[in-house]
Design a protein around this ligand. Sequence first.
Ligand code: SAM
Length: 282
Amino acid sequence: FNTARFGQHILKNPATAQKYANLKPTDKVMEVGPGTGNLTVKILEKAKHVTAIEMDPRMAAEVIKRVQGTPEQRKLEVVIGDFVKVDMPYFEVCISNTPYQISSPLVFRLLSHRPLFRVAILMFQREFALRLVARPGTALWSRLSANVQLYAKVDNIINVSRNDFRPPPQVESSVIRLVPIDPPPPVKFEEFDGMNRIIFSRPNKTVRGNFQAKGVMKMLEKNRSTWLSLQDMPVDDDRPINTIVDDVLAELGHTENRAAKMDIDDLLKMLAAFHEAGIHFS
Ligand code: SAM
């Protein structure tokens, strides 16, 4: 049947992703969105086991049919469901070419998954891929870049043209390699992200300026009193919240700095200093 009806864009040469995963015969692979299974059959040639998570039951049936009666059949498990909602299996390698609407949830679900996997090879819309791999001081360095690079090493391994797909999609794509940092930094994601949400809201504005944006101090004040009550700690710092924030920034020399130029290490140090001063972001 006509796969285009399902919003599918099938790679003409599906070897791309599987080649970069450097699959071993012992590998357990999770494939997200196998579609008709063009990539799945290639992965099955190399790996020990594949769990393919596919939302569309007709596609799932197609993949299963494809391996039926072959030696590969017992190496494949197909889970019918939405990747964002299903429990993830154990896996060492993740391979995915899914619709771009789930790019962000896909990445963050992978990063929070334990035990850590070895590598993920992921196809994304070019713009999203470029933000994932952006470095501090470049135009695309953003909250997304920082949040992902806190937990993983990411690089763009290949650009894929629209014309490599049938039918060609609207957008250009890139294949990204994502390798989790092991062990992961002992930072609560909600805290790191909460701080980044403030300072990257206008990355080229000063950090201090972003903290002065409407509602920020109020939120920090609220977090602070919740946090103090949870810790059962008396308020031993009677400075107003904006003074505490200003003092932390001044001490670090970040008052006039901009998130656009701060690297992961700067951000981690700043978060630690805020925590030290009793300022929390979640
Ligand atoms: N991987 C194949 C390839 O590269 O030729 C086909 C990819 S096709 C672009 C995307 C597939 O992901 C479709 O089969 C679609 O049904 C499936 N899909 C979309 N959203 C999904 C989700 N949230 N969870 C699981 N599968 C999903």
